[in-house]
Design a protein around this ligand. Structure first.
Ligand SMILES: [Zn+2]
Length: 172
């Protein structure tokens, strides 16, 4: 029998072991250059070494798999002013943030525009976008942006689903 409104739980609902979650699709990105312009003095600086970081992006709702960007980047040392710096990758993510801009913007919109409580926003990001963001991280982003949604306090839900994914991820 076909019932368009029938409730179907998320495929990961009830999964307790992280190995059972769908593995991420890893996309390689390069910000690796021989030379870059020194942000301090404006002169050319050679590559000293390379580094790598993994950024969690919005996942693929069709395959149900998360999506990670693996970014290889160059680290430079300026011979003129002796400063160290990394190749620019601000187009992908802010420094020290483990998520792409797309993830941060989506998370903040869920709270600020839709008034979702942080735990519910966390679960929503996993269920519909296959990216796991701890609710406290979302809270930090929203508070750093200075736009706290008034609805999020009034409308706090239990966030059971979010807690479940969190327990799974904590075991890593
Ligand atoms: Zn310099």
């Amino acid at each position: 029998m076909v019932r368009p409104g029938a409730y179907v739980a998320d495929a990961t609902e009830g999964i307790l072991r992280v190995e059972d979650l769908p593995p991420p699709r890893v996309i390689e990105r390069s910000r690796n250059f021989k030379r870059r312009t020194c942000p301090e003095c404006g002169r050319s600086a050679y590559r000293l070494r390379t580094g790598a970081r993994t950024l969690h992006d919005l996942g693929d709702p069709l395959s149900g798999r998360p999506r990670d960007l693996h970014v290889v980047y160059s680290q430079h040392r300026c011979r003129h002013c002796h400063s160290y710096f990394n190749a620019d990758m601000d187009d992908l993510a802010l420094p020290k943030v483990r998520y792409t801009h797309r993830v941060v913007h989506t998370a903040v919109r869920l709270v600020v525009e839709d008034g979702l409580p942080y735990r519910t926003a966390s679960w929503h990001l996993w269920r519909d976008h296959r990216v796991f963001v701890p609710f406290a991280t979302i809270q930090n982003w929203v508070e750093a942006g200075g736009k706290k949604g008034g609805a999020s306090r009034r409308n706090r839900l239990s966030g059971r689903g979010a807690g479940r994914v969190q327990r799974v991820h904590r075991r890593r």
